[in-house]
Write a protein that binds this ligand. Structure first.
Ligand code: PLP
Length: 563
């Protein structure tokens, strides 16, 4: 245990579909990071919360109105309980924490242990037992308590489990920021001092690495100081360090993390720049996200890779050599993934889609800035494209957060539009978007559509999943696509770089999208299949080989962990 040098903290970690411990992009990225660390033998240990009630299941009625269901899972079926107990103090009460362990094992047999923290213990007060029940549920106080368990509790658990050699703490988003207060406290105890000194801050700063994941305000936690004083055992220290932990009289997890980290990064080049403008005065670097290629590659492409590039399991950077795979083989592997997806669509929705028809995919969290409805901006134009350029069909998936009304309205608008275009264009909306569906959809469509409002898509990862499966993107130039798009070579851009987010831009984006579909992409697919498959192969070789977590974790090792 003393050999582990990096502790990775994340509010959510997506390990597998049947463990509902993640809600979306952040958790899946965390899982992909850990999978890559295991493959490349990075000496890491990870900490997150358990979520017994999990993230919700989604049901949609005929109008696209979403209802949520609780997902039951039996924790003991997946995780190993540890006998260690640590404790934090919340509102003056002692809250005991139990860690459950899951080992993520890499291709070479090296494992990264992940600890899921749980407060459902008989020795805890009734209301503290539910603190680790739900992900992004409850009120402000519930959330603060969860972050106390994750940050302060997480450090104590690691110490009590015997992890004595940790040199770096990686804060995957600000949620785990309170871990810095526990580290500060350890320093003052070591020095025999009563209160936190400047030198302690410098010492702790040397140990922490912070990755910010979104420019959207809701992604940045703030807690009023009176709440912090009442709930958190380090409330007094936080008030004393107001200058560096607070902003506008609130404990601000982003400022806390910015001020207490030696290395800070955004998750794509543009996002690093946008974050530097948001947080002037901080040196913010960027490490562009990736996906764990083997996790997101369809069985048919896995077989192809095993045949042509066996080493890509150990390091996805070698996907570059896909350039040597015959195009016929690429197309055959793709058709198999497409048929698998269309079978699932038929089983789940009753919609029968044709595997010869050009198929567009769009799956992500349903929230306003992702603009799932941009494709339907002008339904008449869309119908005309289907008539003039060639038939196409669309597969959607995505859950809205239970309290995100505009996200829910977005799903209903897609359903309404589906009615309007159904004479010519078949549209399926799959319920309950999760890792398994994500894998099927990104692998099985012919084109991956991405239409966020710039600059709000910090990175985006689903287009990278598509790329490792040879599926090109048609995307707004935002997030990773600014780096990944070579027009007509790896995919296509919607609009131009640097456009804003006004209504005018919305119709311009829609016009640009329609133009590319009608005049470039659909004709290429139907009339020059060989060139279309060339773009598919480039998507793997040029983008799959770079936008993966093997390359990403190496950047963290070189720039953040061991420098
Ligand atoms: C990949 C994935 C996401 C994140 O996709 P983005 O493109 O980054 O929004 C969210 N949910 C699921 C189930 C996924 O597989």
């Amino acid at each position: 245990m003393s050999s582990r040098k990096v502790a990775y903290f994340s509010m959510e970690i997506g390990i597998r579909k049947d463990m509902p411990t993640y809600s979306g992009g952040l958790g899946i990225l965390a899982g992909d990071t850990i999978r890559a660390a295991a493959d490349l033998r990075v000496p890491m240990v990870a900490v997150t919360l358990l979520y017994r009630k999990g993230h919700f299941g989604q049901r949609l009625d005929q109008y696209g109105t979403q209802t949520e269901e609780q997902v039951e899972w039996v924790v003991g079926d997946f995780l190993k309980e540890s006998a260690v107990r640590s404790a934090v103090t919340i509102e003056g009460r002692t809250v005991y924490i139990r860690p459950w362990r899951y080992d993520v094992t890499g291709t070479g047999g090296f494992s990264v242990p992940v600890y899921f923290l749980d407060t459902l213990l008989p020795e805890n007060d009734e209301k503290d037992r539910t603190l680790t029940d739900s992900l992004y549920g409850g009120d402000e106080q519930y959330r603060l308590c969860q972050e106390i368990v994750l940050g302060i509790g997480g450090i104590r658990i690691l110490r009590d489990l015997g992890y004595t050699g940790i040199e770096r703490f990686h804060l995957n988003e600000g949620h785990s920021g309170l871990l810095t207060l526990e580290l500060l406290h350890e320093e003052t105890v070591k020095a025999g001092r009563e209160s936190i000194g400047k030198e302690d801050i410098a010492t702790v700063r040397e140990q922490c690495v912070f990755t910010t994941h979104t420019p959207v305000a809701a992604g940045h936690d703030r807690f009023p100081l009176d709440l912090v004083l009442r709930v958190c055992e380090y409330g007094r220290d936080i008030v004393n360090l107001k200058d560096i932990l607070c902003y506008n009289e609130c404990l601000n997890m982003t400022y806390l993390a910015l001020n207490l980290s030696r290395y800070i990064n955004g998750v794509a080049k543009r996002h690093g720049e946008v974050s530097s403008l948001m947080y002037a005065g901080y040196a913010i670097d960027s490490i562009t996200n990736g996906v764990h290629a083997a996790t997101w590659t369809s069985p048919s492409f896995q077989r192809l890779n095993e045949r042509y590039i066996p080493v890509c399991m150990e390091n996805a950077v070698s996907l570059r050599y896909s350039l040597n795979i015959p195009k016929d083989d690429i197309w055959t592997a793709h058709l198999e993934a497409k048929e698998d997806l269309l079978r699932v669509v038929r089983e789940k929705t009753g919609v029968a889609m044709d595997d010869r028809t050009f198929t567009i995919g769009f799956a992500r969290r349903a929230t306003a800035y992702k603009r799932a409805d941009l494709l339907f901006h002008d339904t008449q134009r869309l119908l005309d494209i289907a008539e003039r350029a060639g038939a196409f069909q669309v597969i959607y998936a995505g859950k809205a957060h239970p309290r995100d009304e505009s996200g829910k309205a977005m799903i209903r608008r897609v359903f309404e539009a589906r009615e309007k275009v159904k004479s010519r264009i078949s549209v399926a909306y799959l319920e309950d978007y999760d890792m398994d569906l994500g894998r099927m959809i990104t692998a099985g469509v012919d084109l991956w559509l991405n239409t966020p409002e710039p600059p709000l898509e910090a990175s985006g990862t689903s287009g990278m999943k598509a790329a490792v499966n040879g599926v090109p993107s048609l995307s707004i130039l935002d997030g990773w696509w600014i780096e990944g798009c070579l027009e007509g070579i790896t995919g296509w851009a919607i609009g131009r770089d640097g456009a804003g987010t006004t209504e005018v831009n919305r119709s311009n984006d829609a016009l640009s999208l329609y133009g590319k579909l009608e005049h470039t992409i659909i004709p290429l697919f139907y009339r020059d299949r060989d060139s279309y498959v060339e773009v598919m192969r480039n998507a793997i070789a040029l983008n799959g080989s770079f936008f993966n977590t093997h390359r990403m974790i190496q950047e963290y090792v070189l720039k953040a962990y061991f420098r």
